[in-house]
Ligand binder design. Structure first.
Ligand SMILES: Nc1ncnc2c1ncn2[C@@H]1O[C@H](COP(=O)(O)OP(=O)(O)OP(=O)(O)O)[C@@H](O)[C@H]1O
Length: 265
């Protein structure tokens, strides 16, 4: 692959393996490869932050190491406390990489858009409540997952429907079924939160509310036709931990500030 030639993969990916690693994404800061861990049938995601030629090498090494360690530490803590995140399999922060479970499935963004693609065009009557049940159920699962995250004292920092995966369940893997059944599969699966590159530890209502606000804004711009369903995410979040209701009150302040800021330009 051209990108591989331009930026060599980390050494860990150059060892002999039954299947060659494949480059999944190439972001500004890092790359994600799909590879395996220990066994050929144990797929894993390797997140690699390559050296930045424009940064001073000592500073760059220190920053990369700190970022990988911090992301892995947050993931490990979430995993221990039952938050739906990929478990960390291995890491070498000094070499700039961390390996975690490969989540088999699609991003929540893709699932929601697949579902919406089959809905009537804008302006038509919203679907019957019963018809929307699978999508509403996904909203509830998102609220529960974010609530579990906040309950442990972690704030994600970049919550979007792209940073949540839908882990396929075995029973949903079979093809076929009626139109409604196959449509429901687009939004089926367990919600798994990924990308903890900007995560911090905080128990403050304000930080949690900002996390929800970021998700709310991202949701409205990515899925404008489903915007009204976001209330279901918040409703299910409300019941996930004792302080959740006060986070939702704080969210109203955060929204107001956001609106004032956008009015000022
Ligand atoms: N554990 C995983 N299982 C399956 N796919 C993953 C996993 N982790 C990441 N991915 C895929 O790689 C993409 C990029 O991952 P991620 O968002 O963590 O990296 P990034 O955007 O480069 O990170 P950062 O924002 O910290 O620089 C995801 O959108 C997803 O498609």
């Amino acid at each position: 692959m051209a990108a591989d030639a331009q930026f060599p993969p980390p050494k860990v990916l150059t060892y002999p393996a039954s299947a060659p690693p494949s480059l999944i994404t190439q972001g500004a800061e890092g790359r994600v490869y799909k590879t395996t861990h220990l066994l050929p049938d144990r797929p894993s995601a390797l997140k690699y932050r390559p050296p930045k030629p424009y940064r001073h090498p000592i500073l760059d090494a220190r920053l990369t190491k700190a970022r990988i360690s911090s992301e892995a530490k947050v993931l490990e803590r979430c995993w221990r406390e039952g938050v739906p995140v990929p478990p960390v399999y291995a890491m070498d922060p000094a070499a700039g990489w961390m390996m975690m479970e490969w989540i088999e499935g699609i991003p929540v963004r893709v699932g929601i858009n697949e579902w919406l693609g089959e809905r009537p065009e804008d302006g038509e009557e919203p679907a019957e409540a019963a018809e929307e049940a699978p999508l509403i159920d996904l909203m509830k699962r998102i609220g529960t997952a974010v609530g579990a995250l906040h309950r442990t004292g972690v704030v994600h920092g970049d919550l979007t429907t792209s940073n949540m995966m839908l882990r396929q369940r075995k029973e949903d893997q079979v093809n076929g079924g009626t139109g409604a059944e196959s449509k429901a599969k687009a939004v089926a699966g367990d919600v798994v939160i990924i990308d903890f590159g900007l995560a911090t530890q905080s128990m403050a209502d304000e930080d949690r509310a900002v996390d929800l606000y970021v998700l709310e804004r991202a949701f409205a711009s990515t899925h404008p036709r489903a915007e009204r369903l976001f209330a279901t995410v918040l409703e299910s979040y409300k019941h996930t931990f004792k302080k959740a209701p006060s986070v939702l009150i704080k969210l109203e302040d955060v929204r107001l500030r956001g609106r004032k800021r956008s009015m000022l330009g």
